[in-house]
Design a binder for this molecule. Structure first.
Ligand code: J2J
Length: 546
């Protein structure tokens, strides 16, 4: 297994020198991050949440969090995990999420931020691409799935393909008391320290290499922009692995400033509202469909939500009309967040005027975030016009991890990341997200690559072709619709196709919500299947149904 400092496409040397000189990039690593905070805030509460070890609620001070992270490091080291090894971290929202996160960081290995919903199809891909050494799991998965059984199937698939499966590390097991604490083994501030997941647009997932220097710059600035400090109590009810609750400013931003992270097992109003009251939560981050569930529930709840000051909403487009209800219905300030795991994060500022907060998705973190809005030929559009968003800057990657030519297509030759988002830029610098030009479905914040689902469908013996598109939805913004062409009668039923995808082992949120059996696909002028025409056909169909 490769553990030397692996070359990844990074920032040119002169650009890196500039980010350092400007103080954006510092000599801070994740191991040192926790040690410094534990020394400064030893007795303060760092994390509150369920434990997958005891099954009960737990509270950890900063000192206890550091001790647990050291024990995790000792355990991983004893199991043979070395610096720069890749470790899949797949846990529900629980205190062990944070102890294992920092334990893996302290060991110098790279966490790979898988989601609880990922199943053997995705996990096998991550293991294959990253040559993972270990898989940290625990607790029940979504819909009661057993992560150990899933890991077993991953191992079978990897062995069949000639790969060595990762060591399974159960975070539900007791941690040994470390005899002597191993010294922190984390690698340099400008070396890759973890792999975040891309929403993806292609058949195989893409992994995002991030460094402490670039990531912690965005985390520190996010904490400052969002007014996060020692008195912040943040409720994390989205999956902790997601880049938004992890870093914008999220778990890392709160722990960096000495605040408290409260991990909710789910974002439903009963669970979340009870925790807001009991922990005096001041801030939380939500995706639009969760906000839409909270708004009417707030008027009926007997829980006191008075401590809640800021509600961040991002991950998918928030409708202006829904945005306007946050203040009146929840008694909190709204902050819109438009970010991406590849880097760039935009925030509306807490002192922005109301029309900016309700009508835009914010402006970039850094004065050195470079923004271009271009047409299909890569030419800048006039100010205020809609176009494709390209970006480059001190915390936006220049290339994916081990992605080859398919990965390079996501970047311009001069290093701008092609977000695939359609935006308008206002004179104030705020961005309005107007649409998307990438073959991705955003199902209430969950990102689904059309090509990936199509590939799984095409493996069905009785399908000739498949095309997956977004279907507008009142609650989730978008759902997944698959158009399929059967290979002669009888056509497979929707239930059969769902079963087929379940057997392929893909995450539940990727399984199409609707199947349309057709005999042919509309084609573009270039002779390719036109997803745009399919979306139009679907819109007509949905209109005639209602
Ligand atoms: C419209 N689309 C949005 C928004 C993301 C903070 C917040 C979110 C993410 C995230 C993140 C949107 N309005 N407010 O990493 O740190 C869509 C865009 C974008 C893609 C990125 C963070 N906020 N999006 O959602 O990597 O299409 O990151 O390119 O999961 O989500 O998805 P992801």
């Amino acid at each position: 297994r490769r553990t030397d400092p692996e070359p990844v496409t990074g920032w040119p040397a002169d650009v890196a020198a500039r980010y350092r000189a400007l103080g954006y990039w510092r000599d801070e690593t994740f191991g040192a991050f926790l040690a410094t905070r534990a020394a400064r805030h030893a007795a303060r509460t760092a994390v509150v949440g369920r434990s997958v070890h005891t099954g009960r609620w737990a509270r950890l001070t900063y000192a206890e969090l550091e001790r647990a992270a050291i024990a995790v490091h000792a355990r991983l080291r004893a199991a043979g995990v070395r610096p720069r090894d890749r470790v899949l971290l797949q846990l529900p929202n629980c205190v062990e999420y944070v102890t294992y996160l920092f334990g893996v960081f302290r060991s110098g290995a790279w966490p790979v931020f898988t989601l609880p919903g990922h199943r053997e199809a995705e996990l096998t891909d991550f293991c294959r691409i990253a040559d993972a050494a270990a898989h940290v799991l625990g607790g029940p998965g979504p819909r009661g799935a057993d992560p150990r059984a899933t890991a077993q199937r991953v191992a079978e698939r990897l062995r069949a393909a000639g790969h060595v499966p990762p060591l399974v590390v159960d975070a539900g097991a007791a941690l040994p008391e470390p005899g002597t604490a191993p010294p922190p083994a984390d690698t340099g501030p400008e070396e890759v320290a973890f792999l975040q997941l891309s929403g993806g647009t292609t058949g195989t997932p893409k992994l995002i290499p991030r460094t402490p220097a670039d990531y912690l710059y965005s985390v520190r600035e996010s904490a400052r922009i969002c007014g996060v400090g020692p008195d912040t109590v943040m409720l994390v009810s989205l999956p902790a692995a997601h880049n938004f609750p992890m870093s914008s400013p999220g778990i890392l931003g709160v722990l960096h400033t000495g605040g408290t992270v409260v991990l909710a097992p789910d974002p439903s109003p009963p669970t979340a509202f009870a925790l807001i009251e009991s922990e005096r939560v001041t801030m939380t981050s939500l995706v639009p469909p969760v906000l839409q569930a909270w708004l009417p529930a707030a008027g009926r709840t007997s829980h006191d939500l008075g401590s809640l000051d800021v509600i961040q909403v991002g991950g998918a487009r928030l409708a202006d009309a829904v945005a306007a209800r946050v203040g009146p219905d929840l008694g909190a300030r709204l902050q819109q967040v438009f970010g991406m795991a590849e880097g760039l994060v935009n925030y509306t500022r807490l002192d922005d005027p109301d029309d900016i907060v309700t009508g835009t998705q914010g402006r970039p973190i850094s004065p050195d975030d470079e923004i271009r809005v271009v047409d299909g030929d890569g030419r800048d559009v006039p100010p205020g016009a809609e176009g494709l968003l390209l970006t480059r800057g001190p915390y936006t990657i220049r290339g994916y991890y081990r992605a080859g030519p398919a990965g390079a297509a996501s970047f311009t030759p001069d290093g701008f990341y092609r977000t695939g988002d359609l935006v308008r830029r206002l004179p104030s610098g705020h961005l309005v997200v107007t649409g998307r030009a990438k073959d991705q479905i955003n199902r209430g914040g969950d990102k689904i690559a059309a090509e990936e689902v199509e590939g799984h469908l095409l493996a069905h013996p009785r399908l000739r072709d498949a095309a997956v598109v977004a279907m507008p939805d009142r609650f989730l913004g978008e759902r997944v619709c698959a158009f399929v062409i059967p290979d002669g009668p009888p056509a497979p039923t929707a239930a059969e196709l769902r079963r087929h995808l379940d057997e392929r082992g893909i995450a539940g949120y990727k399984v199409p919500d609707r199947f349309e059996i057709v005999t042919e696909f509309p084609v573009s002028a270039l002779g390719k299947t036109s997803r745009r025409e399919l979306r139009r056909a679907l819109a007509d169909l949905l209109r005639s149904n209602t």
